[in-house]
Design a protein around this ligand. Structure first.
Ligand SMILES: Nc1ncnc2c1ncn2[C@@H]1O[C@H](COP(=O)(O)OP(=O)(O)O)[C@@H](O)[C@H]1O
Ligand SMILES: [Mg+2]
Ligand SMILES: [Zn+2]
Length: 273
């Protein structure tokens, strides 16, 4: 097999230090097999070889925490949204947008174990801002899970008579560091209020997380907290308590639907040009 040592290095080492240095350089020139992130420092080996007091040592490369965060992001289910749904990309021209963004940014930087709730108008950027929050929390090193209420609740009900699978699905939602529930209690099939079964599962998840101070829950919903209180006072009041002021409701107003706004049309136009 062809040797990987460059021709010029085939000379006999002149000293132990010389040999050590060459061994070190040779190891650092090897390509590793880690995937998902391309690191020039370790060539995807995950460690770099260094010389400490004349001896060779291996140090974990700085890319390892980045790899771990990327893996968490993938596990969270938010990977596709992170670039588009950042704080930087949330345009805050109107006063209500500035206030909403400020609340979300404040929470991301100072959550202190509290929860975050954003309710109200469709298309107003609720999912956008919550995604930006969850990304900030993942960067803190937390594990996160993205729950799309309507789809996931359907999958949960479908496992009602398969006890193991049902418990496994719910356990993750009850225990993950950060749970983002998008479109909380949104109903399917033209119903205008959530079913008793939906409310029971919601209560089971919220109640369990409520009693663990270290778990964070981020919730977006077309409903306001008052609506949720009317559906189920126990669930609603637990959310209010754990939010501890970190809640926003965007008043229903079609002008606040970004998908129908001039900015949105301009940016669509920009993409095509
Ligand atoms: N202020 C804003 N600046 C930039 N993009 C926005 C803004 N508000 C909403 N959007 C975009 O509009 C779309 C709808 O927003 P979304 O967060 O899904 O709304 P909601 O969850 O409130 O229904 C998304 O593509 C989002 O990125
Ligand atoms: Mg949404
Ligand atoms: Zn590296």
């Amino acid at each position: 097999m062809e040797t990987l040592i460059p021709q010029a290095e085939k000379r006999i080492p002149t000293s132990y230090e010389d040999w050590t240095q060459r061994q070190c350089d040779w190891e650092n020139a090897q390509e590793g097999r880690l995937s998902g992130y391309d690191c020039p420092a370790c060539k995807n080996r995950g460690y770099v070889t260094v010389i400490v007091n004349g001896d060779l040592r291996q140090r974990t490369c700085a890319c390892m925490p980045i790899r771990e965060n990327l893996r968490r992001l993938k596990d969270s289910g938010l990977q596709d949204l992170v670039e588009r749904y950042s704080f930087e990309r949330y345009i805050a021209k109107e006063k209500w947008q500035q206030n909403t963004k400020a609340k979300a940014e404040h929470y991301a930087a100072n959550h202190r174990g509290n929860w975050f709730f954003i309710g109200g108008q469709v298309g107003a950027g609720k999912t956008h801002l919550c995604t930006a929050i969850v990304c900030a929390l993942i960067k803190e090193g937390k594990h996160a899970k993205y729950m799309m209420w309507r789809e996931d609740i359907t999958a949960i009900h479908a496992r009602k008579y398969r006890a193991d699978e049902y418990a496994e699905m719910l356990d993750l939602l009850k225990t993950v560091d950060v749970l983002y529930i998008d479109d909380f209690l949104k109903c399917g099939g033209g119903a205008s209020v959530p079913s008793r079964d939906d409310l029971n599962v919601a209560h089971e998840i919220i109640n369990r997380r409520y009693y663990n101070d270290t778990l964070l829950t981020i919730i977006s919903s077309e409903y306001s907290i008052d609506d949720i209180m009317r559906f189920d006072a126990a669930t609603g009041s637990r959310i209010i308590q754990r939010c501890n002021g970190n809640q926003v409701v965007i008043q229903q107003d079609e002008n606040r639907n970004y998908r129908l706004s001039a900015e949105s049309k301009n940016s669509e136009k920009g993409k095509k040009e």
